[in-house]
Design a protein around this ligand. Structure first.
Ligand code: AMP
Ligand code: GLY
Length: 431
């Protein structure tokens, strides 16, 4: 019997995919999405609610008035600002880390010190809030030099400087508040890591955890991983760089010590924990970053492969019963191509009409920056759609996703044509 009423907070492709997967459960009657997008507005069992993710008073009142059984938080900002603490005080169930635990994403200096304390592998680093000291340190390093703003910066707080001059200019801009305002008042300077990246995401209940299928996103705007960093232009699952042996290595060297460390320090971690990893040529993982939430666009391919009931898994995590659960994924691959507004990640126009959405077959289109105007779906953000296909291999999922992309159009649409290229090269070399 359908009985659960749920709320998903956020408006991106991640939230569309989470809400869609939650609604696929027979146990779920309705999933509200605050504020959602055109995709969540049109989806069966989903209903948009016009409340901002940071308006905790209105969200609490909505959950009371509508008998919401539990809330799932998509983006990091409300988590870092303490939405879980607030809901808990109000006697409401909200899935995610407390503000103290969300520091794993909210503060890079907290996280680097935490990793060091617990012997978890990560790039060597130094933290600065003084320009003279930071400049003197940079002059001792060989480029590329990695400079990160300490606080939340919506994916724009990391610069890989190719020269000492660029590094000095970057740290001056961050430390004087010329860019990123408060987020850059303290900076982290890191050693440069080489290898292949992978996203490793778990669901945790404070004590136990289950791993999601691995994934990999493409952060650079243009083909060949060139151009400026974005929130992510596409993703695929699994990430073939993570062999069974490396998988085990990641659990033992990163995930378990991180969850145990948080618990032993009084910040038991409940929620999705995302480890952004660099796997070096010897197969050893290093932590690039933690996120206190699911990845966007990694959610789209991972949820497409999830066969288990997401609502039941989250409910078990909220109850501290994850040890009783297991998690199953489709044995194939999934791949998401992000269609973005021309100009993104810089300035772009909104309000362009999207056509061809009803022509798509063989793929699922998750919406991100879209809005409804009468019967029309319009662009309303930088990342607009996440076109997602399942296949027997990354190569097949890639083909099906791009076939669907070719059906969809809007003015000045931009997308990468090479999502999954490393995984496809691996598949070609293996066959
Ligand atoms: P972050 O926001 O910390 O995930 O960094 C954004 C991107 O910068 C990562 O996905 C990596 O591609 C790159 N990056 C960050 N830190 C390092 C590092 N220490 N060495 C090499 N690349 C890095
Ligand atoms: N796709 C990277 C992230 O969600 O942070």
């Amino acid at each position: 019997m359908s009985q659960l009423n749920l709320l998903v907070i956020g408006s991106g492709g991640r939230e569309h995919a989470l809400a869609w997967k939650l609604a696929a459960s027979d146990r779920v009657a309705r999933v509200y999405v605050a504020p959602g997008n055109a995709g969540t507005a049109l989806e069966e069992k989903l209903e948009n609610v016009d409340i901002s993710p940071m308006d905790f008073d209105a969200l609490v009142a909505f959950c009371r008035d509508n008998q919401v059984d539990f809330t799932v938080v998509g983006p990091e900002d409300p988590l870092v600002a303490g939405i879980v603490d607030r809901f808990t005080e109000e006697g409401l169930r909200c899935f995610g880390p407390t503000a103290a635990a969300a520091q794993l994403e909210g503060s890079k200096s907290f996280t680097k010190a935490f990793l060091e304390r617990h012997g978890i592998p990560t790039a060597g680093f130094a933290v600065f809030d003084d320009i003279q000291k930071a400049t003197a340190h940079v002059k001792t390093l060989t480029p590329p030099i990695v400079i990160k703003a300490d606080g939340l910066a919506a994916g724009k707080g990391v610069v890989l400087a190719d020269s000492t001059e660029e590094a000095i200019e970057t740290l001056q801009q961050m430390l004087t508040g010329e860019v990123l305002a408060g987020a850059g008042s303290s900076i982290v300077i890191e050693d440069f890591l080489v290898g292949e990246e992978a996203s490793f995401i778990v669901i945790a209940d404070g004590e136990n955890y289950l791993s999601f299928a691995t994934s990999q996103d493409h952060k650079a705007a243009y083909d060949g991983d060139e151009g400026p960093n974005t929130g992510g232009m596409g993703a695929y699952s699994p990430a073939p760089v993570v062999s069974d042996e490396i998988h085990q290595n990641i659990l033992e060297k990163v995930i378990e010590p991180a969850l145990d460390g948080m618990r032993s320090e009084g910040n038991a971690y409940t929620g999705f924990l995302y480890a952004g990893l660099m796997i070096d040529p010897a197969g050893e993982p290093s932590v690039i970053e933690f996120n206190c939430r699911f990845g966007d666009p990694e959610t789209q391919p991972v949820m497409s492969r999830l066969e288990s009931d997401l609502a039941t898994l989250i409910e078990a995590a909220l109850d501290g019963r994850l040890s009783e659960m297991d998690i199953q994924f489709d044995a194939g691959s999934a791949l998401t191509v992000v269609m973005a507004s021309g100009g993104y990640p810089g300035a772009y126009e909104k309000g362009r009409k999207i056509s061809g959405l009803d022509q798509v077959s063989g793929a699922k289109v998750f919406h991100a920056g879209t809005s409804l105007s009468g019967n029309d779906v319009l662009t309303s953000g930088g990342r607009v759609l996440g076109v997602t296909a399942l296949g027997n291999s990354v190569t097949e999922a890639h083909r099906l996703a791009y076939e669907a992309v070719s059906e969809i159009s809007f003015d000045a649409a931009e997308y990468r044509t090479d999502i999954g290229y490393r995984a496809i090269a691996r598949e070609n070399s293996e066959s």
